[in-house]
Design a binder for this molecule. Structure first.
Ligand code: CP
Ligand code: NVA
Length: 298
């Protein structure tokens, strides 16, 4: 039994094992011989909205032989103040695993500790590990090993998605360039913890030059809506568009975790020109998460 709480603490061996199992699960969709979640009931416990993560986990758990219940935090007593550790101890006696999307990283870690269940981080304010594993799988499916390549992250470099890219970089051995205005650059402490080849700049052209992958995420992450005006004012210009793509390698990929806000972090023509990659990236959430679920119960 294993939990996926953050990429910071996930070993390269585990990540490579998950990505390798993903290739098989994707190729064999609909013809799986093993049902590692047979007899299981898993909970999806979400305190934030979701399209991709919710659907891919619900479908993935069912395809691996398990049953799934979706619980918004407001559906249960957690939303009225019941502590995480009590919720976790109840769920731990009835369920077989949990997938959690919430605000504080500490809450997912506390749930895992008190429930004793395999627990998967489906996005916190600190990390979005399933997303970045699916992103790396997508890159490698199209371009081969990410080791030695250059990834340029454009936009809010201090968000959960950027953090998971930061913790993946040293382990997978790629160069990561983060282009963000200073209020949205990653804290030094996170860069120190991650190590590896990571540079931070406010110049998007410098970051994109010769890159193998241009990547972006929303400017206003869930929970940051009160800062919307300031964020838009400060992040304007930190956009993936054709002018930026022209600076990257001719075969560079453009990826976005979605949802996308056209005219902000990416423009409409660029998103549509790279829709084949971006929606395959979204589909790969399903395949990667089936590999994560299988790993978690192994
Ligand atoms: N990328 C991602 O996690 O999307 P959702 O918020 O729709 O789950
Ligand atoms: N950084 C974004 C990711 C959405 C999938 C958020 O937290 O809202």
């Amino acid at each position: 039994m294993k939990s996926l709480l953050k990429l910071e603490t996930l070993s390269l061996a585990d990540m490579e094992g998950i990505l390798s199992a993903t290739t098989t699960l994707k190729a064999q969709r609909g013809r799986h011989t093993s049902q590692p979640l047979a007899g299981h009931t898993w909970a999806l416990l979400f305190s934030k909205q979701s399209t991709r993560t919710r659907i891919s986990f619900e479908v993935g758990i069912r395809e691996l032989g398990g049953q799934v219940m979706f619980l918004s935090s407001n559906d249960i007593q957690l939303g009225r103040g019941e502590p995480i550790k009590d919720t976790a101890r109840v769920m731990g006696r009835m369920l077989h695993g949990a997938v959690i999307r919430t605000f504080a990283q500490q809450d997912v870690e506390e749930f895992a500790a008190y429930s004793g269940l395999p627990t998967i981080n489906a996005l916190t304010d600190d990390e979005h590990p399933c997303q970045i594993l699916a992103d790396i799988f997508t890159f490698q499916e199209k371009r081969g090993s990410i080791r030695g390549r250059t990834v340029a992250f454009i936009g809010d470099g201090a968000c959960n998605v950027a953090n998971s890219w930061i913790f993946a970089a040293a382990k997978f051995g790629f160069e990561l360039r983060i282009a963000s205005p200073s209020p949205f650059q990653p804290p030094q402490q996170i860069l120190r913890r991650a190590g590896g080849r990571i540079s931070v700049t406010s110049n998007i052209q410098d970051a994109a030059q010769g890159a193998d992958l241009l990547y972006t995420d929303v400017w206003i992450s869930m929970g940051k809506e009160a800062e919307a005006k300031d964020r838009i004012d400060t992040l304007t210009g930190y956009q993936i568009n054709q002018e930026l793509v022209d600076l990257a390698r001719p075969d560079a990929l453009v990826m976005h975790c979605l949802p996308a806000y056209r005219g902000k972090e990416i423009d409409e023509p660029t998103l549509e020109a790279h829709a084949g990659t971006i929606f395959e990236e979204a589909e790969n959430r399903l395949h990667v998460q089936k590999a994560i679920l299988s790993w978690s119960v192994s």
